[in-house]
Write a protein that binds this ligand. Structure first.
Ligand SMILES: NC(=O)c1ccc[n+]([C@@H]2O[C@H](COP(=O)([O-])OP(=O)(O)OC[C@H]3O[C@@H](n4cnc5c(N)ncnc54)[C@H](OP(=O)(O)O)[C@@H]3O)[C@@H](O)[C@H]2O)c1
Length: 347
């Protein structure tokens, strides 16, 4: 439990930030809501009786004030192309851990490339993509690998019952597309490839009750950044059910709406991970409700482990690298269903 430690949440009044603030409070931390809109911050802070701290990525001193006296910062403000660098630098100045929920692969790659050395030299912990995309799949892939040191392929297939995107998801997607130009990215043979052809469509057999479903292959998400940072796997591929892939880009798909007391939408998810080495396969699968809501227990569990020294790395590290993956996944039990398929290895 948080035992009253103050944790800054940048982008606190966004859809995901609100879930993170609620989860922090539920686990005994004192969230310090921060962001650039004073009125939205005050309204959120008022709901919980918290102190709001207005800060802008263009004003480093305001970020220093936002982080003063806190034990860590969680960055939920996306598009992350604009926020990651300034907030990481403020965390390094404040000598506190930094975690974010970024699912923009260019921003995720920048974090590893630009802050690996400074963070390691400072003995600081920076965990990017500690969220549904980038975090959960990486933990599942790491758990599925088990005692394998290398694998030929990692496949992470997402079955979303629908995908009603938030404004932040739409904006982040637009920023990523702009940065990528006419290309799409995939990870093959241990390196990134820029492609101009259409992503493949195929079918993926998910565990029951989802079953066999059409998916877009090479639907490259943050896990394709986080997994190869620490696992020796030549080909890493993510897949998305076709209907969800259509939903997220369609201009009139509505934003998510709350259907339960916790504010979760009725969206359900299954993340099915398969790793392959020679002729052998290992799997790990997780299911749950609402990809935005489940990001809160993921990032707050990560924060708790960082603050209590349950870590295996310093510097910039992805979830599977820094945490004991099976133990972390089991700790999420109230929020996800989990099948680590311990005896289903096939050769
Ligand atoms: N990896 C994952 O699985 C995962 C899960 C959930 C969310 N995300 C990502 O998290 C981000 C937020 O998503 P959301 O659902 O919370 O969206 P949202 O409801 O639109 O909230 C976005 C938040 O970011 C803030 N923000 C954006 N740009 C900012 C900037 N330059 N400076 C300060 N604040 C800024 C917004 O503040 P203003 O209103 O002032 O603009 C708002 O508070 C998106 O990039 C989304 O893709 C990823």
């Amino acid at each position: 439990m948080g035992a009253g430690q103050s944790v800054a949440v940048f982008g606190a009044y966004g859809h995901t930030g609100r879930f993170v603030v609620a989860e922090l409070a539920a686990r005994g931390f004192v969230p310090v809501p921060s962001g650039r809109n004073a009125q939205a911050l005050e309204e959120l802070a008022g709901e919980y009786g918290l102190e709001a701290r207005v800060a802008s990525v263009d004003d480093p001193a305001s970020l220093d004030r936002a982080l003063a006296g806190t034990v860590a910062v969680i960055n939920c403000a996306g598009p992350f192309a604009s926020t990651t660098g300034p907030v990481i630098e403020a965390a390094l100045r404040a000598r506190i851990p930094y975690l974010d929920v970024a699912a923009e692969i260019e921003a995720n790659l920048d974090t590893f490339a630009q802050y690996r050395e400074p963070a390691r030299e400072a003995g600081a912990v920076v965990v990017p993509a500690m969220a549904f995309f980038g975090g959960l799949g990486d933990l599942l892939a790491t758990a599925a690998m088990g005692d394998w040191a290398t694998a030929d392929e990692a496949h992470i297939a997402y079955a979303l019952s629908s995908w009603h995107p938030t404004a932040g998801t739409r904006l982040s997607g637009a920023v990523s597309r702009e940065r990528r130009g006419d290309h799409r990215l995939r990870y093959r043979g241990g390196q990134w490839e820029r492609r101009t052809d259409a992503a493949p469509t195929l079918e993926w057999t998910f565990p029951d009750p989802v079953g066999r479903r059409p998916v877009i292959g090479e639907f490259t998400m943050a896990d394709v950044v986080t997994v190869p940072q620490h696992l020796s796997v030549s080909d890493v591929t993510t897949y998305m059910t076709t209907e969800a892939a259509r939903d997220v880009v369609a201009p009139h798909t509505p934003a998510p709406t709350a259907t339960d007391a916790a504010g979760r939408s009725d969206q359900t998810f299954l993340v099915d991970v398969l790793v392959r080495s020679g002729g052998a396969e290992r799997r790990a699968t997780a299911g749950g409700q609402d990809i935005y809501a489940v990001t809160a227990p993921l990032v707050v569990e990560a924060l708790d482990r960082v603050l209590t020294g349950r870590t295996k790395a310093v510097g910039v590290a992805s979830a599977g690298e820094i945490f004991d993956a099976p133990d972390f996944l089991r700790a999420l039990a109230p929020h996800i269903t989990l099948d680590l398929h311990p005896r289903k290895e096939t050769a």
